[in-house]
Design a protein around this ligand. Structure first.
Ligand SMILES: C[S@@+](CC[C@H](N)C(=O)[O-])C[C@H]1O[C@@H](n2cnc3c(N)ncnc32)[C@H](O)[C@@H]1O
Length: 473
């Protein structure tokens, strides 16, 4: 159990060793301008953080579509995952349930599918900015002997991680958690982590440099975190990768690599704007896989001499660029956008379902031959940009056209911002009385695909919110 005073004292001590500016920018959640992750009045308030990815609820249906049907093994993990977080929420307070856990669950299951392609068996995982320790839970469910190290710097997250990891410790029954702050608070000598056999290790970032065991980690997870840090903490994170990743290991990054504008985030702070791709490149880590999953980019990096890199090279290339030759985040994002469009237009063409394709001011329109998707069914239609304007204004002839289609694909410069794409969707829904079940939006390339129905099977467990294990029964 982490006492807030113990946590804060330890952090203040670490900050006091830095110069003033560095101290101000270190060991805190840079974009948490409301300080939500730093204060809680009662344990019940921490329950909300167990379903933190509800903040991506606008992408939930896309995620459900991308996850498809769960395997029997994944269904079992799903039940255990929900039971586990239901239990943790009960430990925090008997009065409250978690929020809808579907998004966090999907984040975990789908990311794990990809990590397992590189490490089908147990592996050593380092999770920087570990949130509710989802990867610790998932690795425990799949391979109890996996080692998992969580690093964090905020009071709320660190407290929760301690609780989740302690709970796993009890479940596994082998007292195999190392909690740094417990040792520090009692002034106990630290064990030698290199020769210890802890399954789980929990370390605040301010002591990580000294405690991380060099070259032990197979997977470093950076999930929804690398863009949210101060420059100082971002560079520390890169340093931790440098220290701890073994030469055959991968860095698994979930979240966009580029940020439209780094100035005045929430009108308050500037983002660091450093390129993760460039910084990892300096460590010899190159991108070997990237794709948009559940609305967020997911990129895997590996060292050039590693087997993972060689395996990636041996795969057939489907793009005009070679992924690992790309040196800038933006190029990788555009690469992923092309793959995304190719994949989803391909699925659409294969389905034979009627689709309306709107575009022509966007290079993708020609590249992916919007016409060929449209020709797949006699009911399809291809409209140009002007028509998109007419559609949005409620043109009656065009209105009928839309009404007959199950999917509307807009490949347009007008969709280059998420907000704009949402406006286009709202207009189309309102004027033509379409309820689109799924929105796929890739603003970096101006892609918006609206569908009245899923193209592939989805898992019925996700049809309604999951607040509690009872919601799965
Ligand atoms: C958006 S949450 C993502 C949590 C988790 N990675 C996930 O995907 O569920 C960001 C996480 O980064 C942590 N974090 C924020 N600033 C940090 C810093 N300077 N050093 C380490 N962790 C930090 C937060 O406490 C939180 O756990």
């Amino acid at each position: 159990m982490i006492d807030p005073m113990v946590f804060k004292t330890s952090r203040e001590l670490a900050r006091s060793k830095l110069d003033k500016d560095n101290a101000m920018n270190s060991f805190g959640y840079w974009i948490d301008v409301e300080n939500k992750w730093e204060r809680y009045d009662k344990p019940a308030e921490l329950i909300d953080f167990l379903s933190i990815h509800r903040t991506h609820a606008h992408k939930l249906n896309e995620f459900i579509a991308d996850a498809g049907e769960l395997s029997p093994e994944e269904s079992e993990w799903m039940k255990q995952y929900i039971q586990l977080y239901t239990n943790v929420s009960r430990l925090l307070a008997t009065t409250g349930n978690t929020g809808d856990l579907r998004h966090d669950l999907l984040e975990t299951l789908v990311s794990w599918r990809l990590i397992k392609q590189y490490y089908p068996e147990s592996c050593n995982i380092l999770d920087f900015g570990a949130g509710a320790a989802r990867y610790g839970v998932m690795s425990y469910l799949d391979h109890p002997n996996t080692t998992y190290t969580a690093l964090d710097a905020t009071l709320a997250a660190y407290t929760l991680q301690n609780m989740v990891l302690s709970y796993l410790d009890i479940l596994q029954g082998d007292e195999s958690l190392f909690e740094y702050l417990d040792y520090e608070a009692l002034g106990r000598p630290l064990p030698d982590l290199a020769s210890s056999s802890f399954h789980r290790t929990h370390i605040p970032t301010w002591v990580a440099k000294d405690l991380l065991v060099p070259k032990t980690q197979d997977v470093v997870v950076l999930s929804h975190v690398h863009g949210e840090l101060s420059k100082e903490d971002f560079l520390r994170m890169v340093d931790f990768i440098d220290i701890s990743l073994n030469d055959e290991g991968i860095v698994f990054v979930r979240s966009e690599l580029t940020w439209g504008d780094t100035r005045d985030y929430w009108n308050t702070v500037d983002l660091h704007g450093l390129e993760l791709v460039e910084e990892l490149g300096k460590l010899g880590l190159l991108p070997i896989h990237t794709e948009s999953l559940g609305g967020y980019l997911t990129t895997v990096f590996a060292k050039q001499d590693s087997q993972h890199f060689k395996n990636a090279c041996a795969k057939e290339q489907t793009d005009e660029c070679v992924l690992w030759e790309l040196k800038h985040s933006r190029e990788i994002t555009l690469y992923a956008a092309r793959q995304y469009t190719r994949k989803h237009l391909g699925l659409l063409a294969k389905s034979g379902q009627p689709a309306l394709i709107v575009g022509n001011d966007n290079p993708l329109f020609e590249q992916f031959d919007g016409q060929s998707v449209a020709q797949n069914s006699s009911e399809n239609a291809v409209l140009n940009e002007t028509a998109l304007g007419q559609l949005r204004q409620g043109d009656s002839e065009l209105s009928e056209l839309v009404a007959g289609n199950d999917h509307v694909v807009v490949l347009s410069e007008q969709c280059r911002s998420y907000a704009n794409a949402m406006k286009i969707e709202a207009d189309l829904s309102q004027h033509y009385d379409c309820q689109f079940a799924i929105r796929r939006c890739y603003p970096f390339y101006g892609v918006l695909i609206l569908s009245k129905q899923y193209l592939l099977e989805t898992d019925s467990h996700f049809d309604s919110p999951i607040f509690h294990i009872n919601d799965l029964k």
